[in-house]
Design a binder for this molecule. Sequence first.
Ligand code: NAP
Length: 480
Amino acid sequence: MNDDRRTALLVAAIEDGAPASELARMSLPSTYRAAVTKRSDVAAATALPEEERSVADTLHVESVPTPALAPDEALVAVMASSINYNTVWSSIFAPVPTFAFLDRLAAEGGWAARHGGDRHVLGSDAAGVVVAVGSNVARFAVGDHVAVHGNWVDGEDPATYADAMRSPTQRAWGFETNFGGLADLALVKASQLLPKPAHLTWEETASTTLCNATAYRMLISPNGANLRLGDRVLIWGATGGIGSFAVQQALATGAEPICVVSSPARAAALRRLGVRRVIDRRAEGYRFLTDDGTGVDRAEVDRFAARVHELAGGGVDVVFEHPGRETIAASIASCRPGGAVVTCAATTGYAMPMDAGVATTSSVRIIGSHFANYHENARANDLVRRGLVHPTMTASRPLDEVASATQLVRDGRHDGKVAITCLGAPGTGVTDPWRRAELGEDRISAFRLAVGRSAPTPGAQSPPETSSTLALPAEIHGII
Ligand code: NAP
């Protein structure tokens, strides 16, 4: 039997809700379809300036060998994944080609050696079905419907038990490791598995994991800003991947978001979602850097901070920061004395001109944040399972169109999240249609409806047959 046939049988069994015992007996394909970058493309791409590099030239969909399974790992049949900004970085080899990460990991030897090679399977999100587990895996089993989070850590490192994000072994799966989620199969550590929210489709699930958890650590976790009832929080890029979750978490916490976006349509969408204070940065014409780009335009920063003070009735308690170079000075100036700027990224550049005097005299804390530890990932996933946070997926493309989907995100032409369907058909994967009906389509799809983009309407088709509901772990039914 060839690999295409094996894959087709696997998908049919999953769609039919075959029992775990049947899935466990099936022979897995020895190769699978995956979105990859290639070492052979690095030299030509990196000879060009970053802005001239083309995702279409360097992000390929190819067949790759199925890796062997280590004792602490699981193999997941990926029904859907999503584009993250790290997909953009990886595919244009910026700021560095990710093969540098893979080589470093592979050099550790043993099982880690599998991560080397000349192709990098990308993707830091996935939703799917466990199809194989290593001998040490106990909490999840073949047949489980899972969401996969992208925190890849060495479970034997003591630092992992305090806060895995401070462990030198921590890596972003599918970015700093191989075998990521933009593929028909994914190799994960069992500690990356979370129970799938049963009321969501595969692609809705896959579009919530990384960005929701990143926002959770930044805003809600004690490792981040520890947001409280009544806090005022300035959110940059509030309809973007992480921003769209930050807004939901702020509203759910009883905090008051002051949101920044770059168009009237985005501002209107946020108002429809219940945000009362929005700044359209483009309409108000802010430019925080001097013309030569090396310094801060103090007058512009002050003009923005005054606008924030006007809307918030004073400086904000927290700033949700990620644009970086172009906005950091404005973020610091917008804080109340003793406020915090929590940042996870620097989309516009890591070398950041800022007036340290403002930060010091106002005792503003700058909190560096990166993704989320296992516990924070589980908490963020629970918010989705319990219907307190909803997906922000506005578009879904098949895996074969991963390059154009990545380009869409690179160009900032998307809102919220762009999902990728892999083995799953669009709009499938809901195993608790009653819970979905109870929460209501208008709430689950509130973000997509608010931004008013046309997208496949997940869940709009008939709920799937209950046979696959029966295959769900009891734990999922118990919670939802
Ligand atoms: P995204 O979906 O592209 O959203 C980013 C938003 O930022 C855009 O919607 C845009 O909104 C805003 N923006 C872009 N340029 C800006 C500028 N010059 N000034 C002000 N706002 C600007 O990306 P994302 O998924 O939210 O990710 C955002 C950043 O976080 C990326 O750099 C990503 O790599 C990083 N990230 C880091 C982690 C981590 O673990 N450390 C995890 C996830 C993401 P408007 O144009 O509407 O203002």
